[in-house]
Design a protein around this ligand. Structure first.
Ligand code: COA
Length: 330
């Protein structure tokens, strides 16, 4: 029997601390108007201080919500896949630490690194496992403590990011009815230098000098990332619609990675899906990387915008550059 991956529970978590643009203006030379006009961000949620709450801590909150809504326990999970670039430790994976926190003793666990597209890459991997029939239930998580890799002296990046976690419980079900219709993942490694962390890996292990120069923090060529993001997301959206015999008119809801409101507006315009069909929360959370698409999906479930039968287009892009698309029937 052909199988389809259904999202049977979603969860989201963001740290309680709300940081306004005016507060950002006390840290770097910026202002509320610039941030809102260029990105659409009004506030972001950040952990109280570096180390106050880890990525796995936030992932646990989101995962417990998703498990509860799915009506299953952690013991029912066969697999845990976490998309993150900010794992608690270099080794082991964030997924294994999350497994321990949840007591998901029957699951295998691993991380996926595709930056802001990490949760969507993880969802695509989960889809393949479920369709193959090798496992029945998977916890897919996008979780990120971006504040620990943000350069708080760089105004061109630090105003954009936030911390959060989103989780899906995905279960194999019959081909008919709700579930993932299709997923697609893409990368263009030749563009990696537009968004990266210079030091702290095997190429440039950290030294006191590199730390002092904040080389353990994100560097971004914003203009290039912007252009690649719009081009790639539009291309991925068109391809997945065409491949599945759908048009923009068929899409009820778009759940896209919240990188920048202007990117979302440009994609909406080019793909010809009205902006009202995009779920938008960047104003409240900023760019939360791999958590972004999942917390946005969760919001649409909770506020009733995602109705039974809704056709949902999901899109995400991140460092690498890596990008992904998915079609989901609610
Ligand atoms: C980062 C981004 C918002 C910057 O917007 P932009 O319109 O490209 O702005 P620029 O980088 O050209 O900078 C314009 C000016 O604003 C200044 N500026 C940059 N950050 C600023 C800030 N926080 N506050 C005030 N001024 C700022 C720049 O120094 C520059 O000044 P100059 O003209 O005197 O040199 C935009 O490029 C972007 O969103 N890129 C994509 C980022 C992204 O989505 N990344 C994640 C992908 S997963």
């Amino acid at each position: 029997m052909a199988l389809r991956a259904r999202i049977i529970g979603t969860g989201a978590f963001a740290p309680p601390r709300v940081v306004t643009n005016d507060e950002m203006a006390k840290i770097v030379d910026t202002n509320d108007q610039w941030i809102q006009e260029r990105s659409g961000i009004k506030t972001r949620r950040l952990v109280d201080y570096e180390g106050a709450m880890s990525t796995a801590d936030m992932a646990e909150h989101a995962a417990r919500g998703a498990l509860e809504r799915a009506g299953i326990t952690a013991m029912d999970l066969d697999l845990i896949i976490v998309g993150t670039v900010t794992p608690d430790l270099r080794v082991p994976s964030c997924a294994c630490i999350l497994q321990d926190k949840l007591g998901a003793k029957n699951a295998a666990a691993f991380d996926v690194l595709a930056a802001c597209a990490g949760s969507m890459f993880a969802l695509s991997v989960a889809d393949k496992f479920l369709r193959a029939g090798t496992v029945k239930r998977i916890l897919v998580v996008g979780a990120e403590t971006l504040s620990v890799i943000t350069n708080w002296t760089d105004r061109s990046t630090c105003v954009l990011f936030g911390d959060a976690a989103g989780a899906f419980v995905v279960e194999a079900g019959p081909e008919e009815g709700p579930g993932l219709i299709d997923t697609a993942v893409y990368s263009d490694g030749s563009t990696w230098q537009h968004l990266y962390i210079p030091a702290g890996g095997s190429k440039k292990p950290l030294t006191p000098e590199l730390l002092a120069a904040r080389q353990d923090r994100l560097i971004m060529n914003g203009r290039e990332v912007y252009k690649i993001a719009v081009r790639s997301l539009v291309d991925a959206a068109r391809k997945i619609l065409e491949k599945n015999g759908l048009t923009a008119n068929d899409i009820d809801l778009v759940v896209a990675h919240q990188a920048n409101l202007r990117i979302i507006e440009a994609v909406a315009d080019r793909v010809e899906i009205p902006l009202e069909r995009f779920v938008i929360n960047i104003d409240r959370y900023g760019n939360t990387s791999s958590a972004s698409a999942f917390i946005t999906f969760d919001e649409a479930v909770r506020d009733g915008r995602m109705k039974p039968g809704s056709k949902v287009l999901m899109l995400a892009i991140g460092a690498g550059m890596c990008w992904a698309a998915a079609l989901y029937r609610a």
